[in-house]
Design a protein around this ligand. Sequence first.
Ligand SMILES: Cc1cc2nc3c(=O)[nH]c(=O)nc-3n(C[C@H](O)[C@H](O)[C@H](O)COP(=O)(O)OP(=O)(O)OC[C@H]3O[C@@H](n4cnc5c(N)ncnc54)[C@H](O)[C@@H]3O)c2cc1C
Length: 377
Amino acid sequence: MALVNKVLIIGGGIGGMCAAIQLRKQGIAVDLVEITPKWTVYGAGITISGPTLRALRTVGVVDEVLRRGGHWSAIDFCAADGTLLNTTALPHAEGADDLPPSGAIMRPVLADILSHATRDAGVQVRLGLTFQTLAQDEDGVDVVFSDGARGRYDLVIGADGVNSKLRALLFPEVKPLEYIGQGVWRAVMPRPAEIVRPRMWFAQHIKLGVNPVSKSHMYMFITEDRPTKEHIDESTWPQVFAGLMRPFTDPLVQALIPRALEPEAAIDYRPLANLLVPAPWNRGRVVMIGDTVAATTPHLASGAGIGIESGIVLAEELGRHGDLQTALDRFHARRWERCRLVIHNSERLCRIEIEGGDKQEHARIMRESIGALTQPI
Ligand SMILES: Cc1cc2nc3c(=O)[nH]c(=O)nc-3n(C[C@H](O)[C@H](O)[C@H](O)COP(=O)(O)OP(=O)(O)OC[C@H]3O[C@@H](n4cnc5c(N)ncnc54)[C@H](O)[C@@H]3O)c2cc1C
């Protein structure tokens, strides 16, 4: 298969945008189609781990992310009543001593930074659009879009997320995602002065945490075990969230309960599931990255990070080899184990939490995973 000059990316999420920016740096022409007409993203916070900050430095947006987000070098762990159990220092990602070991930002702010960088890189972005049909031959892929337009590409990258239409088309054997027995609640709140870095509180079968996302705000998350994936009426989310905060008797948490009931809290609930499609992640000239093929539960806060890294590695390998198959083989060789580790270890952490399992094992998996992810990609 010959060199790649023109690429279509389907999906303008974090993974798709970063891949697009990196491909432009290789001189490759990139069209990106995004199904939402206004490129919207929901208003929760997202943790940007050290390795993810390193990846965002490669993409060229880390300064802006650090300027508009929050960052820190340690996490406080507390009992439900606020007693400090320990403060754990986080390691720097290798080759990134100049960056903080971790950070967080509001998702719409990150999307704003990346969408501007995508357009500035010369990517042709079309919103409110998706593909209708794909037909590939030896030399390229013919695409018909939902507005009837047509295009021919050397490579198509699927980055349309965990409910990917492209994956359903090309990998029909992949089973629908299965609920894992835990859900995550998130809220946005003003940051009390004492919250200068993430803090986590532990109660029986439930964990609450806060991460600063800017100078003025933080996001709060609560992981809750629920054996079945029941429907929770959205109008009740603020009351449910406030109820889940009550067992955390730390006065700092109690004082924040009224905040959960305000509309600005923008409470969000996600039942958790994961997905790891066996490699290779391509069918001929169509390859998938990000949540499309490797979607994790958030226990290592690395889902977006591995998607960004995959975009970087794919662009690097396409730029390095004159032959597409060699580039894709190298891409899979470099990405499989790292994505597998994040998904597998995050699921193990989740199961230990649900089963009330061994805390030492939980701490060990956490430590080892963070250590592995600091390694170069
Ligand atoms: C509760 C929760 C908390 C998380 N916390 C963290 C965290 O703290 N840190 C972290 O690194 N990761 C976290 N993650 C994971 C992270 O959110 C995802 O890994 C990341 O958003 C995936 O990016 P993506 O670009 O692959 O997919 P998405 O973000 O899903 O983007 C897909 C894009 O494709 C578009 N699209 C969909 N279908 C089509 C179509 N047919 N045609 C065109 N466009 C389409 C969508 O509109 C969207 O813009 C968390 C996940 C969950 C569920």
